[in-house]
Design a binder for this molecule. Sequence first.
Ligand SMILES: Cc1cc2nc3c(=O)[nH]c(=O)nc-3n(C[C@H](O)[C@H](O)[C@H](O)COP(=O)(O)OP(=O)(O)OC[C@H]3O[C@@H](n4cnc5c(N)ncnc54)[C@H](O)[C@@H]3O)c2cc1C
Length: 247
Amino acid sequence: MKTPLEAPPEQIKAETGTKSEKSAASVIDTSKMSAGKAAALELAESSRDPLDERGSFASNLFVGKFTFDRIFPWPEQSAEDKTAGEAFLAQLKAYLHENVDADEIDRTGEIPQKNIDDLFAMGAFAIKVPKQYGGLGLSQVNYGRAAMLFGSWDANLTALVSAHQSIGVPQPLLLFGTEEQKAKYLPRVARKEISAFALTEMNAGSDPANMSLRADLSEDGSAWILNGEKLWCTNLIKAGVLVVMAK
Ligand SMILES: Cc1cc2nc3c(=O)[nH]c(=O)nc-3n(C[C@H](O)[C@H](O)[C@H](O)COP(=O)(O)OP(=O)(O)OC[C@H]3O[C@@H](n4cnc5c(N)ncnc54)[C@H](O)[C@@H]3O)c2cc1C
């Protein structure tokens, strides 16, 4: 399907063509970087959605290309996956309706600790974390269905549980963590500890490359010392563990 809003074909070709065969990392000079920095950069670049015929609907939007055939007909959740999420979603819905007073949370500005404890016990903070680490092991689609339930009932809880497991510690660990990191942190963030994500700074938001917070190794090499300042860190005041983006 083509719409009048779509960018001209030459522009799309110019913006996607160079990236289709090579990963962007291969055009960045990594020769003067430390091995760790070069490896981190290449991992980040290779994780990009390709901006070509393999790209997703969303990634193509960034080059003005509307690939509607990727979203129509809308992909249905498989019956098997739906069944896997059903019991948890029913439990979550009943819990929210019977035990979460969204107006009271808005009035007081506080989420009762009992709600947090109950949701941890239910696995609502670890929906996609595999069972071996204490999570529910459900799919991204079932996670999305849970987010819809939270969103239909209370925006405060929605931000709490989604910041925790969308940008907080569980998701980056699942994607990029070593087995040792997963074994150490996933059980904690699955069942007892809220996490948060610290990227934004005064001069860095949409453009993370602009950030200035530094991670310096301590003299004895036993710890990283963070020097700098972060802003707008959802969940920070309740978090026991953070993902911190640093240079
Ligand atoms: C409720 C809330 C919760 C948040 N939680 C967190 C959190 O947990 N952790 C965290 O690190 N941060 C958090 N943030 C910060 C958020 O991630 C940043 O606000 C966001 O990254 C945008 O950065 P910025 O505010 O510096 O805006 P800017 O980057 O200055 O952007 C300002 C405007 O310019 C536009 N713009 C920017 N660059 C371009 C471009 N290249 N092309 C076209 N338009 C552009 C943007 O779309 C925007 O409209 C939170 C913010 C809010 C509002």
